[in-house]
Design a binder for this molecule. Structure first.
Ligand code: DQQ
Length: 539
């Protein structure tokens, strides 16, 4: 539908048409990255869930393949739901996924590639004795889904964890297996957090405390923390915590109980859900996929004929400067889209002003921006930090300041991405990183709010952000990826050649000095695989 064509993106993964949700079973095999995804072949709203399938050499350019799995068995006829891949030491691939049965019971099923020597993994076989797991006693039949990638314990047995809910608490059940067809349920949960509700799409993996590489899922030992992530069904956010995994009884304990899973950090403070990581052996990194859900209405999604996107994949590393969070960063391959760049050195933005950055078209950008604040010598005020809530117009002594993206010349539409620091009583700073989407669209049936959270800014650091702008999406990374916000916006004026980029400073007591490097980004190649060439693909 041409009416909404400007809302399609140029380098984010999305199907040609219809509905997509969670990323499923991402993996690397014989030179190709595989992405499967929850897909409705028939409509732009959720339903008939099938596994879409696409492959890429570089995580940026994609080729759509025929569906990997469709709902065609009694144990998944209501949907081939979310699952994860495990690569065994001998190279075999095991896919575990949730099926919604003919009676709407959530069960876990096993599938594997028909031909492991096919780089495209075109054909998938469902294990004839599926399901391999059914809801155990005490677990509701509709609260038992999304098996993780398995990891190998010191006893030679694999572990898989599956999210659920018990008495309002989010829990993660643990099973042991040697063959992926028969399983033993452990007495303990991997972890449980009261009041957090149903845990969907649990993810569990090690991160190195010191080191710049990611770890394969079974790696354990000294110098390693484990990250536990859950997607909270009640509030539709992806929450995580870092902690210690005790192999003796397969339990996990958070470093800081006050910041336990669901009580502390989010992967992303914007529109983002049902994420999943995989280990990429090619570049020894852990790569995170996440689903960007819509904030317009179903009616509009049906009218435009499609809904939802995936983020640019992100590498995940432990932040050893703060010791309390991970760093997320767009995979390096996105840089292959870079065209010409423009530098701005020390642009001064006075209190209450806006400065246009003349870069031409501003719809496909990779922006690096550093900000320093210069006090105007006004009296210190001891103002409370309202955080992001008041939006970009909520003026205080030190902020907000940042960028106005996907804005039109008259600023009738704009999305401010900004920092809002406040002095603390001990003389330090507390900084929020925010995205104010309330003026991002003139369309009146779009759900708009201010998103964001605190971000640690260390003493020797400038305020720094990186933004990936792609027509109707902004992925914003503060301080090297400590705090991340994905914005899904629906401009009606700030489209194509009319989109502009500005600096703004709404602080009352500081000048802001901004230094930027901005690349125009090319579009990615995302097309159906040429089917006449499918049989000739070499690794
Ligand atoms: N989406 C899948 C479920 C999962 C949910 C169904 C999360 O397996 O729990 O499409 O978005």
């Amino acid at each position: 539908n041409a009416m909404f064509s400007w809302q399609r993106t140029a380098y984010h993964f999305q199907p040609q048409k219809n509905w997509m949700n969670d990323p499923d079973g991402p993996l690397y095999h014989m030179g190709w990255y595989h992405l499967f995804y929850q897909y409705n072949p028939d409509s732009a709203v959720w339903g008939n869930i099938t596994w879409g399938h696409a492959v890429s050499r570089d995580l940026i350019h994609w080729l759509y393949l025929p569906f990997a799995m469709v709902p065609d068995q009694w144990y998944d006829i209501n949907g081939v739901w979310t699952g994860s891949a495990t690569i065994l030491p001998d190279g075999k691939i095991v896919m575990l996924y949730t099926g919604d049965t003919v009676d709407a019971v959530q069960v876990q099923n096993l599938a594997y590639p028909a031909n492991l020597s096919d780089p495209l993994l075109l054909d998938w076989v469902k294990y004839p004795d599926n399901p391999v797991l059914i809801p155990p006693i005490g677990i509701a039949i509709d609260e038992y889904r999304d098996p993780t990638t398995a990891w190998l314990g010191p006893d030679g047995k694999w572990r898989v964890t599956i999210g659920s809910k018990v008495n309002g608490a989010g829990v993660s059940l643990v099973y042991k297996t040697t063959n992926f067809t028969t399983y033993e349920l452990l007495e303990n949960y991997l972890h449980e957090v009261p009041g957090t509700g149903m845990w969907e799409c649990v993810d569990f993996y090690p991160v190195a405390i010191n080191g710049s590489t990611g770890l394969d899922t079974s790696v354990n030992g000294p110098g390693i923390k484990h990250l536990l992530k859950a997607s909270l069904d009640d509030t539709k956010v992806d929450v995580y915590a870092l902690g210690t995994y005790f192999v003796n009884n397969d339990t996990w304990v958070p470093d800081n109980p006050a910041e336990d899973v669901g009580l502390g950090l989010k992967y992303d403070y914007g529109r983002y859900y049902a994420s999943k990581t995989f280990y990429d052996p090619k570049f020894e990194r852990r790569v995170l996929w996440g689903w960007i859900n819509e904030t317009d209405t179903e009616y509009e999604d049906l009218a435009k004929g499609w809904a939802s996107l995936q983020t640019i994949p992100r590498t995940v590393l432990f932040d050893n400067k703060t010791g309390t969070n991970i760093l997320q960063w767009p995979v390096e391959e996105v840089e292959s889209l870079r065209l010409n760049s423009t530098d701005f050195e020390g642009v001064v933005v006075k209190p209450g002003s806006v400065v246009e950055l003349n870069i031409g078209t501003a719809t496909q950008l990779d922006i690096f921006a550093d900000f320093e604040i210069e006090s105007l010598g006004l009296e210190e005020t001891n103002e409370a930090n309202g955080g992001c809530r008041g939006g970009a117009v909520d003026r205080s002594r030190l902020g907000p300041f940042g960028l106005l993206v996907i804005a039109d010349e008259t600023l009738s539409e704009l999305t401010p991405i900004y920092f809002r620091p406040t002095n603390t009583s001990d003389g330090g700073l507390q900084t929020y990183f925010c995205a104010d989407e309330r003026r991002s669209s003139k369309a009146n049936d779009v759900f708009n709010q201010v998103y964001g959270s605190q971000v640690p800014v260390l003493d020797d650091e400038k305020f720094s952000m990186r933004l990936l702008v792609d027509h109707s999406i902004v992925e914003s990374f503060a301080q090297g990826g400590r705090t991340v916000i994905t914005s899904r916006v629906y401009p009606t004026e700030a489209i194509y050649g009319a989109a502009r980029l500005f600096l703004f400073n709404n602080a009352t007591g500081v000048n802001v000095k901004a230094t930027l490097k901005i690349w125009q980004l090319n579009s990615a190649f995302i097309h159906p695989f040429p089917l006449d060439q499918i049989d000739t693909v070499k690794p």
